[in-house]
Write a protein that binds this ligand. Structure first.
Ligand code: FDA
Length: 292
């Protein structure tokens, strides 16, 4: 219930105005959002971690905003190390206006990224964007075979989706939004996650295991061994600010660990999704408001 309420609040303009203009301590936002993205990338890279960087922003409603987002992404590419990845949201590139616009904008970013040796991964957003997401991904993949895409395990067709994505770079996550018909019980989501993992690990693509859940991390590492993948054949992905000690532990064991680093001023919806994932974070959030 609390999760649903927080996700509803993440879509409310009024709540956004209230939260972003309240004396919210910088510490709460800073826990999940890089305030100096260049310094954060340099530190993570020095610590042996890989990065995927997200220039925050979503659900743009006019072409000028979508064009600004493209320019922001192009500027970002110039600042990244070669093995970096950039996570993009198609709704930031105009998907709500037209699929073709989002495709054209994403293609522009993919071309520039390829020239810099940087990969692109398309984030999965609200359920009404998922068909367009996979249609755009399929088109981009013809020119850029290494463009990645996210599958949300809470969607009941996630395993079939993984099968259709044979050979691709696929980031598997539980799913951070809500969707009609989606699994909501944690055990159902976890079972779906494992079914997807089996498909991805047994396939010929590149699995990106995006979870902080210790059981799923363990299952992924066992499946990698069983399917004969070495440490370069898949990667773990975790969010900036979430279980950093586990990120370091896995990297210390020789695993590839990529940290999702969001930055920028448009942090409201992202922060609300992080609070929804862990209602216990609300206490942290509330304390920070009170302690100002
Ligand atoms: P779960 O929520 O069960 O958490 C396991 C443990 O991790 C918790 O017990 C806690 O210790 C810790 N934890 C998890 N979330 C936390 C938080 N916010 N704050 C503090 N601790 C936390 N979703 C989506 O719909 N589309 C997408 O494109 C992406 N992209 C993406 C990229 C990457 C790299 C990651 C790691 C995740 C995503 N997600 C996403 C989000 C994903 O769907 C999911 O909501 C979160 O990862 C939380 O689920 P876990 O698998 O971590 O398990």
């Amino acid at each position: 219930m609390l999760r649903q309420a927080l996700l509803a609040v993440s879509r409310s303009d009024l709540a956004e105005r209230v939260v972003t203009t309240s004396p919210l301590t910088r510490d709460v936002v800073r826990r999940y959002v890089a305030d100096d993205v260049d310094a954060v990338i340099a530190r993570l890279t020095r610590d042996g971690l890989l990065v995927t960087v997200d220039h925050l922003g979503e659900d743009v409603t006019d072409r000028a905003q979508a064009e600004r987002s493209v320019q922001d992404h192009l500027a970002l590419l110039g600042r990244l190390p070669r093995d970096a990845d950039v996570s993009i949201k198609l709704t930031a590139l105009g998907l709500r206006l037209s699929e073709q616009l989002a495709l054209d904008n994403a293609a522009t970013i993919c071309e520039a990224a390829a020239a810099k040796g940087v990969t692109i991964t398309l984030d999965a957003e609200e359920h009404d964007t998922i068909l367009a997401l996979h249609s755009v991904h399929a088109t981009l993949r013809k020119e850029h075979p290494d463009v990645g895409v996210v599958v949300q395990a809470y969607l009941p067709d996630a395993r079939e989706r993984c099968e259709r994505l044979e050979g691709a770079r696929v980031r598997l996550c539980k799913g951070a939004y809500t969707a009609p018909g989606a699994y909501t019980a944690p055990a159902d989501i976890d079972r779906s996650f494992v079914r997807c993992l089996k498909v991805l690990m047994n396939g010929t693509g590149y699995p990106m295991v995006a979870t902080h859940d210790p059981r799923l991390v363990e299952i992924a590492s066992a499946l990698a061994v069983l399917t004969g993948r070495d440490a370069t054949g898949f990667e773990y992905q975790m969010l900036y600010g979430v279980r950093p000690a586990e990120q370091a532990r896995l990297a210390g064991l020789g695993a590839q660990v990529r940290v999702y680093v969001p930055y920028g001023t448009d942090w409201y919806a992202y922060l609300m999704r992080r609070l929804a994932e862990r209602p216990r974070n609300l206490a942290f959030f509330a304390r920070s408001l009170v302690s100002r």
